[in-house]
Design a protein around this ligand. Structure first.
Ligand code: FE2
Length: 578
């Protein structure tokens, strides 16, 4: 029984394939079309993630005629239930979401995608699934839990922006929803636009800047302004649409609320604003999670586990705050918590709800993308004109290079699922030298100096360097939460830590590396540890501006354009001649 899940509603288009219930492959279209986030969300877009679909079919070793079920992670009929044009007296952009013409085009474009998928898979059933239920399914059905509360927070699905529910066995049911325009995901996008960042990439930068500001007066001013347009109550939150104006061009509402012009913002003010946005996000998530706890466990304990999905669930700092301050004893977050993850969730809903299957399989590995043979690596090197050697033990050889201060691109095995590079498409460096932060940010990746890097460490050594609940490896395996750094980590791995201001502890978005899941990466960490005494590597994604590399060809092109010292492509090592 073959089920394909497809996300093509807004951005982060992706495909996933279940073979007899097992998740065999999943990938985002951006890795193949080389456009960050795949494409921009527009009502008129009729594209499907054809390259990701083709990869999934190839990975499963089947052709399109063998597919039994196609699951699409958005329901245009539910979207049509809402009369968008009557909602807001704002100057919407004609043809955009929320206008009569835009919504009509969005509806027709989705039906056109359905027709294209039905033609592509002539023997398959087709079904739409609600966007937030797909997010929820991707978290709960992939988790190790028999039962769990589920919280989904993103920009928008059909009309909801936040979804709360309960998963048990092979079922998942809604409890409550919050609707547009009360959207935490859109608030991050709009504030990103306000400060001059890209709406899709800006939230990551704001997260990096949050809590790096020590100007308390500036923070207090933004905090007062937030209080004027964000209302948080039990199990709910609302945003003043006249201030946020999500579908309007420009940021006039926010300029009025903050009593300043966008052009006057300097980096310190942006950091203060990011701090308040992060604080507000944590308060809202805590409020929603507490409400879910009370609803489910009001009179007796139903479940002590919480699953998260939706783009906001990629906020590692908020996940740490939620894990440490709420009643939930155990948490699991879908690694592709963004819209890409709904491709998996749609397939899972088809499997459990429509095909009435019951057996569950925990998602243990993020390595669901394409892999390449040694011959394919060699061909790519030859085509790129890169001379390579084939050391007897690449991990030992590369550990020596890293210990000697080299920056290394590391390309191995199957590509990661989700936005984090987890040791198969990574740029690595020694964490001990603070210089690497500047070298990698400014010279290699061409990005802002404030962007932090993450440490990778074998899971059995984590407790030596980081504080907190280091025994729960599930979130840290996928780099989905932060931990506070110990004094030892601050001493030996300063380049891989995030320096917060105001006397707050240094934190890190740690990847704990499990030898059973990432044997080669674990071996490299162990080799580096045996040479230096520190089993930690600074880890950042292998890309420059583009999406993370997928193929050996992408890797060679990116390496040539970079200032990296060394690239490892499967068994081959290339060193830059200086
Ligand atoms: Fe979403």
């Amino acid at each position: 029984m073959i089920v394909i899940g497809v996300n093509a509603a807004y951005h982060e288009p992706a495909a996933a394939i279940l073979v007899d219930g097992l998740l065999v492959a999943a990938a985002e279209e951006e890795r193949f079309n080389r456009v960050r986030h795949g494409w921009r969300a527009t009502p008129q877009n009729r594209l499907l993630p054809m390259k990701a679909i083709g990869f999934c079919l190839a990975a499963a070793g089947i052709d399109n005629c063998k597919v039994d079920f196609v699951a699409y992670s958005f329901d245009p009929w539910r979207r049509r239930l809402r009369a968008w044009s009557e909602d807001f007296p704002l100057s919407l952009v004609e043809g955009d979401y929320g206008t009569v013409t835009g919504e009509t085009e969005f509806f027709n474009a989705t039906l056109a995608k359905e027709s294209a998928l039905r033609a592509l898979f002539p023997n398959a059933k087709f079904s739409y699934f609600e966007h937030h239920e797909c997010h929820a399914a991707s978290a709960f059905f992939s988790s190790p839990f028999d039962d769990a509360a589920v919280l989904v927070v993103d920009g928008i699905g059909e009309s909801a922006t936040t979804w709360m529910g309960f998963g048990s066995g092979s079922t998942i049911e809604p409890i409550a929803e919050i609707s547009y325009p009360d959207s935490l995901g859109f608030l991050w996008e709009k504030i990103s636009e306000f400060v001059g960042f890209d709406p899709y990439d800006g939230p990551g930068k704001l997260m990096a800047l949050a809590r790096t500001c020590e100007n308390n007066d500036c923070i207090a001013r933004f905090s007062d302004a937030f209080d004027s347009f964000v209302t948080i109550r039990s199990g709910n939150f609302s945003l003043d649409p006249i201030v946020c104006r999500f579908r309007e061009r420009g940021c006039a509402g926010l300029e009025q609320a903050f009593r300043l012009k966008r052009e006057s913002l300097d980096l310190g003010a942006i950091a203060a604003l990011a701090t308040v946005l992060q604080d507000t996000t944590e308060k809202i998530l805590r409020c929603l999670a507490d409400s879910l706890w009370k609803t489910l466990n009001g009179s007796a304990l139903i479940t002590s586990r919480l699953c998260l999905a939706g783009g906001v669930a990629l906020n590692c700092v908020a996940n740490q705050a939620l894990a440490s301050s709420s009643s939930w004893e155990d948490m699991w977050v879908q690694p592709a918590a963004n819209d890409a993850g709904t491709a998996i969730g749609a397939a899972q809903l088809a499997w459990y709800r429509c095909l009435a299957k019951t057996s569950r399989v925990e998602m243990l590995s993020p390595y669901l993308g394409p892999s390449y043979t040694s011959n394919e690596c060699e061909d790519a090197l030859l085509r790129a004109g890169l001379a390579a050697r084939k050391p007897a033990c690449p991990s030992r050889y590369v550990a020596e290079q890293l210990a000697a201060g080299a920056t290394v691109a590391w390309f191995q095995g199957r590509m990661e699922w989700g936005p984090r590079a987890l040791g198969n498409r990574s740029i690595l460096a020694s964490p001990s030298d603070r210089r690497f932060r500047e070298v990698l940010n400014s010279q290699t990746k061409g990005r802002e100096a404030f962007r932090p890097f993450a440490p990778a460490i074998p899971c059995d050594r984590l407790h030596e360097y980081f504080n907190g609940n280091t025994s729960d490896m599930r979130l840290r395996r996928f780099m989905l939460t932060t931990l506070n750094a110990s004094a030892l980590a601050r001493e030996v791995a300063p380049a891989a830590l995030h320096n917060q201001g105001g006397g707050l502890p240094d934190t890190a978005r740690v990847q704990s590396v499990d030898r059973a899941i990432s044997p080669l990466f674990a071996e490299l960490l162990t080799e580096f540890g045996s040479l230096t005494g520190v089993p930690i590597l600074l880890n950042t994604s292998f890309n420059i501006g583009e999406p993370i590399v997928a193929s050996p060809g992408d890797a060679c092109r990116t390496f040539i354009a970079s200032s990296l010292d060394c690239m490892v492509l499967g068994p081959y090592v290339v060193e830059r001649r200086r």
